[in-house]
Design a protein around this ligand. Structure first.
Ligand code: GDP
Length: 339
């Protein structure tokens, strides 16, 4: 079975069925895994149909990884860290590591954080690692949907750590938070203004804050930064899962502190599994994506409706001129949509 599937030619004239994709992915066929992710990313309706079927088949076999979001401003060392942390997990902890990236904002590199530099050289050639850049286009919600489904495919393929890299500058963090178990924020030790570099809201959703580049002359500054962030964390409202975010430092380039990151994640996992919040969180996430997807779909149906589009232009003018209340206009548009 495995051999047959491995021999299947990957070309457009020989499309696989969802079941064939599924068996190949379960057998660890990486070429087919890549191909299946492309299917999940595709906007072609035929592809989407197979992708949906495939995700259904995979779902019962998914969920067995720890999903970790890695964020921080560009240049903080995310990919260097993922390279050293990923290699550590594979070599020291016998893990299989998948790395996915979300960067819907980046246009210049074709939307791929991982594609713009030669990165993660060791990891990319490791049999126990799988690296997938983000799709080159799409709305944030679309990229996030793809990443969530890609996670399911990777878990079915036996990857037990999924690292999701995202740039720590905007709204994407909130969506990433809604698809990971543990959210790791990388920071730099600055000269005093520690809380400036990154939005406060992102710090509040972090489960672990690691000051990277804690090496050479930076070592002392990193120690001071740890204290500052620890103090800052005390001011945040407590987490419902009883987890107190941990602050520490690491040097991705010198492979220092990556073991500590794993220790923190393990203790997070132990605590949240034992108090039930780990699975509760996943359920909440599934609910979030259900609601989010309904909202997005309804919105898209609404705005692409021709009758609505024509009337919207007209009513918008009236609203802007002050002749019609926005609420009345909205109500009228919704009733046109429903009729
Ligand atoms: P990203 O944009 O967050 O993915 O950052 P990169 O991983 O590309 O790293 C940005 C720069 O910082 C590169 O030149 C890295 O070599 C350097 N860098 C990353 N981690 C460390 C570290 O732990 N120590 C030092 N000194 N430099 C680092």
């Amino acid at each position: 079975m495995k051999n047959n599937i491995n021999k299947i030619k990957l070309n457009a004239r020989n499309p696989l069925t969802a079941k064939e994709y599924f068996s190949a992915i379960q057998n660890g066929n990486r070429a087919i895994l890549s191909k299946a992710i492309t299917l999940v990313e595709s906007t072609n309706q035929k592809h989407q149909k197979i992708a949906e079927e495939l995700i259904e088949l995979c779902l019962p076999h998914s969920g067995n990884s720890i999903r970790i979001g890695v964020t921080g401003v560009p240049g903080v060392g995310k990919s260097t860290l993922i390279e050293s942390f990923g290699s550590y997990l594979i070599e020291e902890k016998n893990k299989k590591v998948a790395v996915l990236a979300i960067d819907p904002s980046s246009k210049k590199s074709g939307g791929s954080i991982l594609g713009d530099k030669t990165r993660m050289n060791n990891l990319s050639i490791n049999d126990n690692a799988f690296i997938r850049p983000s799709p080159s286009s799409g709305t944030l919600g679309g990229v996030a949907k793809t990443t969530r489904e890609t996670t399911i495919l990777c878990e079915t393929a036996g990857f037990d750590v999924v690292l999701i890299e995202t740039v720590g500058v905007g709204q994407s963090e909130i969506e990433v938070k809604s698809m990971v178990d543990f959210f790791l924020l990388l920071m730099l030790a600055g000269a005093g203004d520690e809380l400036q570099g990154i939005k406060r809201g992102i710090m509040e959703i972090a489960d672990g804050i690691f000051i990277n580049k804690a090496d050479g002359e930076n070592t002392k500054k990193a120690r001071l930064a740890i204290q500052e962030y620890k103090n800052a964390i005390h001011l945040f409202p407590p987490n419902l899962n009883n987890w107190i975010p941990k602050v520490d430092s690491c040097s991705a380039i010198e492979n220092k502190g990556v073991d500590r990151i794993w220790e923190v994640i393990e203790s997070f996992k132990n605590l949240t599994i034992s108090n039930g919040s780990f699975h509760e969180n996943r359920k909440k996430q599934a609910k979030f994506w259900l609601e989010h997807t309904i909202q997005e779909s309804v919105k898209s149906l609404f705005y692409t409706d021709e009758k609505v589009a024509t009337k919207l232009k007209e009513l918008e003018n009236d609203v802007l001129e002050g002749n019609l209340s926005p609420f009345k206009a909205a109500k009228e548009l919704v009733s046109i949509f429903k009729s």
